[in-house]
Design a protein around this ligand. Structure first.
Ligand SMILES: [Zn+2]
Ligand SMILES: [Zn+2]
Length: 662
């Protein structure tokens, strides 16, 4: 009897055997429909075998082959196994990442509309730095050749990617371009259409409709799409003629999937490039320290664009201004206020950046010290004044703003701190004639809202923009000459070991919005700590100095890239249940380390930063090793023990190479 071993989208890390009815054409990679208990699920055939541990009469047959999809190619099957083993994720769920969602009802699919863009004016030719970078990227076009393209904001990294893509496409091969979630803008699509005229571009991200995703997936799988652009999930697109992978803004945290199958798309992209023997380019103004260290050690070719591509545009001048002074009004110091007034008078635009949405991050009783807390999370409620609501940013909880303190009845409830809404109001009061636009997740909920706003900004219909990190990247506004940054110091208090690395990246990105065209840009960062190394490096736009000092610090503390981490997170209805599970995990882990003489350290359990979320208590255990191999010897047996011993009420997950300790 022919037996097929199938990967199914379930949380257990094993394959399932089915018998193969005669007449079904199945090979490794075929997508199948099969019964699992009472459910009918989509699976991938991994192996065809003759024997099963399960008695033949107990095997169920495969229902059918899902002919609306193409079989997964061998490299994606290998990639699934890699993701499963490396990240310790269930094999079937890893295979499921490779498949597009299927439509409920089958229908004939249209070909994606290949947009034949009208021929726009070609951009300026590549400058000497860009030409050198291009030559570096394509120096070895038929083998695994990773490079880091480190270029300051506005240096024209994108033009290098497109030129490289153009050549690879001309050779009849496909290009995969991964971008952070926030960067997949119409502006980028227009730039692609301009740079790669007539190229067949498929787009893959989770916000597409089911049928669109399927169409574009098939176009990639058939080899029709010449360029596949997408967010992290696009790293799993089938690409029979793959010739180049580009990861833009490779340091961006959105490449890390934080739930379900936990993987890092940049690192998977590097592995995929190795599997397929193609070059891979990681681009950033502020590379992740892991990437930076790899380039410094010579593992990656190190390509640099040290100047802005537009010869007229210089790097914006960065000034550190006091955060708290007697003349501060609604969080805005006089230096920043004067600078804004100047821009308004000159008809130029200002961007005020604060990475907090809502009106104020907390509401406080001035009499007794009561603070509005989420009843389901260990977190404060955020005041959303225009909606008259207190909202939790960690769960769905929302309530009306109380009229008086629930503890003492005092009516003097004070908003504490600043969010985008509060700044928006303050600016409208300071400059009644100015047109103020707020851009954050709340103001852009409706489809198309962000696009409309961008058009208004580009048309000069806005004087002051107030926004969160939605505005930090990927947008060029030629009239924008001043960027003000508020609340940056919050990152310096963070327990997250990557907080300052991320802060620098974010600030450099935000600063990069100023003075992209002929008008010079200025950046003002309000801070209480002007001597902090992160700000000193920002003033000089000197990422290298900053990265090197951070690397020495990480080496001293035994943190990545000098050590490898895995984080076990657990949540459950009671603290006792979570603690008991994690305590057992530590005990088992330590005896495993001792028994096998592994160079791993298993740390004691700690509460998560948000110790309770949506009614569940949360905790975690960190495992650290200076040897990658030791960590990967440790994880499989440890995980098997956790699977065996975990109580039903505790949910847990393993995160290999976690971005932080959440
Ligand atoms: Zn009170
Ligand atoms: Zn909550």
């Amino acid at each position: 009897m022919a037996i097929v071993r199938v990967a199914l989208p379930v949380a257990v890390d094993r394959l399932f055997d089915y018998w193969l009815p005669a007449g079904l054409d199945v090979r490794s990679g075929s997508v199948l429909r099969a019964r699992l208990g009472r459910r009918r699920v989509l699976g991938v055939a991994v192996d065809l075998v003759q024997d099963s541990e399960i008695a033949p009469e107990r095997l169920t047959p495969i229902d059918e082959v899902a002919t609306e999809l193409l079989p997964l190619p061998a490299d994606l099957c290998a990639l699934s196994r890699f993701v499963s083993e490396y990240y310790q994720q269930p094999i079937g769920q890893c295979f499921a990442q490779m498949l597009p969602p299927l439509m409920k009802r089958r229908r004939i699919l249209a070909e994606p509309e290949w947009r034949d863009a009208p021929a726009p004016a070609p951009g300026p030719p590549l400058n000497a730095d860009q030409r050198a970078a291009l030559a570096g990227v394509l120096a070895e076009s038929t083998r695994f050749a990773p490079s880091l393209l480190q270029g300051v904001t506005g240096s024209g990294k994108t033009e290098v990617y497109f030129s490289a893509a153009e050549r690879v496409i001309a050779e009849g091969r496909q290009v995969l371009l991964l971008v952070p979630e926030i960067n997949l803008t119409p502006q980028l699509q227009l730039r692609i259409a301009t740079a790669l005229q007539g190229a067949r571009v498929a787009i893959l991200h989770s916000a597409l409709s089911t049928s669109e995703r399927l169409e574009h997936w098939l176009a990639a799988a058939r080899g029709d799409a010449q360029l596949v652009v997408g967010t992290r999930l696009a790293v799993f697109a089938p690409l029979p003629r793959l010739g180049l992978i580009v990861v833009d803004e490779e340091h961006d945290a959105s490449f890390k999937q934080q739930d379900g199958v936990r993987y890092h798309a940049r690192d998977v992209a590097i592995y995929r490039a190795r599997l397929r023997a193609v070059p891979v380019v990681l681009g950033s103004a502020t590379p992740a320290l892991e990437t930076y260290a790899a380039a410094r050690r010579g593992r990656y070719r190190w390509l640099k664009l040290p100047h802005r591509a537009n010869a007229q545009a210089s790097m914006p001048a960065v000034r550190l201004v006091p955060n708290r002074s007697p003349d501060t009004r609604e969080g805005l110091g006089s230096t920043l206020r004067d600078a804004i007034a100047e821009r308004i008078a000159r008809g130029e635009q200002t961007l005020l950046f604060i990475n907090r949405r809502g009106f104020a991050p907390s509401l406080l009783c001035a009499a007794c010290g009561w603070k509005a807390q989420c009843p389901r999370c260990a977190a404060r409620l955020v005041l959303h004044r225009s909606a008259g609501a207190l909202r939790c940013h960690h769960c769905a909880h929302a309530e009306r703003v109380p009229e008086s303190c629930p503890d003492c009845g005092n009516q003097d409830l004070v908003p504490q701190g600043f969010g985008t809404q509060r700044l928006e109001r303050a600016l409208s009061e300071l400059h009644p004639a100015a047109r103020v636009l707020r851009i954050d997740r709340d103001s852009t909920q409706h489809k198309g809202a962000f696009a409309t706003m961008r058009t208004a900004i580009a048309a000069g219909e806005v004087d002051i923009l107030v926004g969160t990190q939605m505005l930090a990247k990927g947008h060029d506004f030629p009239r924008l000459t001043l960027v003000g940054v508020l609340g940056a110091d919050n990152a310096l208090y963070s327990a997250d070991f990557r907080a300052t690395e991320r802060l620098f990246g974010l600030l450099e990105q935000v600063a990069g919005r100023a003075g992209r065209a002929a008008l010079p840009g200025e950046v003002m960062v309000q801070t209480d700590f002007p001597d902090h190394p992160v700000y000193a490096a920002l003033v000089d736009h000197d990422y290298d100095r900053f990265a090197q000092s951070l690397l020495s610090e990480r080496e001293l503390l035994g943190l990545p890239p000098y050590a490898h981490l895995a984080l076990l997170s657990a949540e459950g209805p009671s603290r006792a249940a979570v603690d008991a599970f994690l305590g057992h995990a530590v005990e088992e882990g330590r005896s495993l380390v001792a028994a096998r003489a592994l160079r791993c350290e298993v740390y004691p359990p700690v509460a998560a930063t948000i110790a309770r979320r949506a009614g569940l208590e949360r905790g975690q255990v960190l495992v650290q090793s200076t040897a990658r191999a030791a960590l990967h010897d440790f994880l499989p047996p440890w995980r098997a023990e956790l699977e065996r011993s975990s109580p039903r009420r505790v949910r847990w997950s393993l995160d290999v190479d976690p971005l932080g300790f959440a």
